[in-house]
Design a protein around this ligand. Sequence first.
Ligand code: NZQ
Ligand code: ZN
Length: 387
Amino acid sequence: MQNFDYKTPTRLIFGKGVIVKLPEVMSAFGKKILLTYGGGSIKKIGLYDQVRELLKDFEIIELSGIQPNPKYDPSVLDGVRLCKEHKIDVILSVGGGSVLDCSKAIAAGACYDGDPWDLISYKVKAQAALPIVDILTLAATGSEYDAASVISRTETNDKIGYIDPVVYPHTSILDPTYTFTVSRKQTAAGIADAMNHVMEQYFTEDTTLLNDGFCESMFRSLMANGRKCIDNPEDYTARAEMMLACSYGCNGILALGNSPSGWPCHGIEHALSAYYDITHGEGLAIITPRWMRHILNDHTLPRFVKYGINVFGLDASLPEREIAEKAIDATYKFFESIGIPMHLREVGIDDSRLDEMAHHIAVNEGLDHAYAPLSEQDIKEILVASL
Ligand code: NZQ
Ligand code: ZN
């Protein structure tokens, strides 16, 4: 087991109706709030009005229109400007992972005098960030319980996972009923995203019985409850378990003591959504089975066998290679069965920029250090197989 130094400082407030605690949470920071949200879903579900009513004694400045795959320009830059202009005390993010990621970058940028891209691109280490509270409306990324902020810069085709402990949310308010209205497409993408977060931590070295069991339980829970959420969007128990599972996905708790894995599927997918602005979870679902098939060899075989037996209940007496192949097929079929388009062409990506993307990924993502190292040629082959 590897050494580690671990802390997740975020307070989670979970369950039906817990929003009543919002005024108490916000009052710890001062009166001036930057309220951030996306394209309007929070208004449709009545959450916007509820928040404004609960916070009627506060001074609220708004930043709306934050898009999926949140953009540095204009959203992060506008948010930083508003924070500085209005001397904001705290940011309240209401929405999915994109709104929260954008809010995290704003929080750090607001406490920095230079160009916020210096922080996101790791040129300068942030010394501080404004406190962040979030009300999550979509279960997927785990951003509500981690220190990551994934920001896109359109003109350079960059999508960077900016990770910095200063941007952990102070408090995340998680009411599964807010996720009832998430579309079938976004629910499926969320399941695929969270499952891939677990895979990125499961397929690695130095694993333990403890972490493997945690990951395998996550896979089973996400598949069983995810399917229930697709079939019956208002199944509270399923939405609740999915929401909690997603929160565990990205803050490292599943892999404490494991070797780093390199997060290869995320490295590849971030380029896809940087170049084509596709939905993150769909890109992951398309890449994952092709990546699995590509890295299956004598060295990785035992992990796939364990995955096949413990996650999909495959017959342990079968030849190992057969178990591994069946496990990869089962992964593909699961994503397909929840309605995810399983080819890049179906999400608008053809072969015209594959070389450029493979090069971009190889140069920027460092996947030659992954559990199963990937060269530029390997990345290209995975992309071609995903078409
Ligand atoms: O913009 P609005 O109108 O709010 O609509 C959103 C958006 O169109 C909608 N939505 C959200 N909650 C809803 C709802 N619609 C109906 N009812 C609700 N309750 O869903 C759409 C997608 O929202 P988005 O926030 O983009 O989805 P998600 O939470 O999956 O976030 C994806 C982003 O997170 C990044 C991804 O790369 C992508 O940019 N990630 C962040 C990570 C992190 N911070 O740790 C890790 C992940 O691996 C991932 O990279
Ligand atoms: Zn992800």
